[in-house]
Design a protein around this ligand. Structure first.
Ligand code: NAP
Length: 273
């Protein structure tokens, strides 16, 4: 029987590449996004349902799950991909931006997962892939909020994988390094306040490092292959480090103690050691 996957945030980047890859590999794809009326490409593909899902809008999550079941009869896999990065000095960041970052990257992921679980439980099977980041294992300066959300995704996924084994459901975490997507553009929500002079050297150093990191990142199609592997490899592997940069950085992280690793990061960003 043809399998069905529901993916959040398919209007661009990794979500879009993942939708295209699963469709090309013969899956039914529920490609969800905030503004499906603007979509032209995915709507033309066979076995793809493009439908609205805003992870901040619970009714839209329920409606998308319902639409998926009506069209394809079942859901076999969920990819929680929707997300963006709120960066900048905490002191400069309004509370509503703090809430929004956790709403989208954490509470939205939990709400979408919760909406799919009754169907997975009834089927006695299912796979959930949560798109974390290498930024869910290590941090860069000025990423308090983004890293906070991705560390949360790591912790909640790790705990959930024990719990959901009871209903035959696998949980997977994909941890990409840089990916050449809109993440460094419209999904990069940087807040600063130039009057806070003490933070400005760090702001300049971080802003100077973002462009090159994205440019040298992986193609979204290559990371989509790793998402595909996570869904289909039939193993209980929890974490998938995705991309050469992420592999390299994780190797450095796991072979260093905190003091050595943080000293390396400080040196990279020109901070006093
Ligand atoms: P992207 O091209 O900017 O895609 C982000 C997607 O998230 C867009 O489709 C966006 O939809 C969607 N989104 C944002 N808020 C949403 C909401 N409230 N409800 C539903 N969808 C929402 O960036 P990307 O790189 O593909 O990011 C995808 C995932 O990869 C994110 O979780 C990100 O944290 C992770 N990641 C990215 C990188 C990287 O370097 N690019 C590295 C590690 C991890 P709209 O079009 O409606 O805004």
């Amino acid at each position: 029987m043809t399998q069905t996957i529901l993916i959040t945030g398919t209007s661009s980047g990794l979500g879009r590449a993942t939708a295209q890859l699963f469709q090309a590999r013969g899956w039914n794809v529920v490609a969800t996004m905030r503004d499906p009326d603007a979509e032209r490409e995915l709507t033309d593909l066979d076995n793809v349902l493009v439908t609205r899902l805003d992870v901040q809008d619970t009714a839209s999550i329920d409606a998308a799950v319902e639409a998926a079941l009506t069209r394809f009869g079942r859901i076999d896999a969920l990819v929680n991909n929707a997300g963006y990065g709120a960066y900048g000095p905490l002191e400069a960041t309004p509370l509503e931006k703090i809430h929004r970052q956790f709403d989208v990257n954490v509470f939205g992921l939990l709400a979408t997962t919760k909406a799919v679980l009754p169907h997975f439980r009834a089927a006695g099977s299912g796979t959930i892939v949560n798109i974390s980041s290498m930024g869910g294992r290590i941090t860069f300066p000025l990423g308090t909020l983004y890293h906070g959300t991705k560390f949360a995704v790591e912790g909640l996924s790790e705990s959930l994988h024990y719990e959901l084994a009871a209903i035959g459901v696998r949980v997977k975490i994909v941890e990409p390094g840089g990916i050449r997507t809109d993440f460094g553009g419209r999904s990069f929500d940087f807040t600063n306040d130039a009057r806070l002079l003490e933070y400005q050297p760090l702001v300049a150093a971080v802003m100077g490092s973002v462009g090159p990191m994205m440019e040298h990142g992986s193609a979204p199609e290559d990371i989509a292959e790793i998402v595909h592997r996570a869904v289909t490899d039939g193993t209980d592997t929890l974490r998938y480090v995705a991309g050469d940069d992420a592999q390299q950085l994780m190797k450095t992280r796991t072979s260093s103690d905190d003091a050595a690793f943080f000293a390396g990061m400080r040196a990279q960003f020109g901070l006093e050691v």
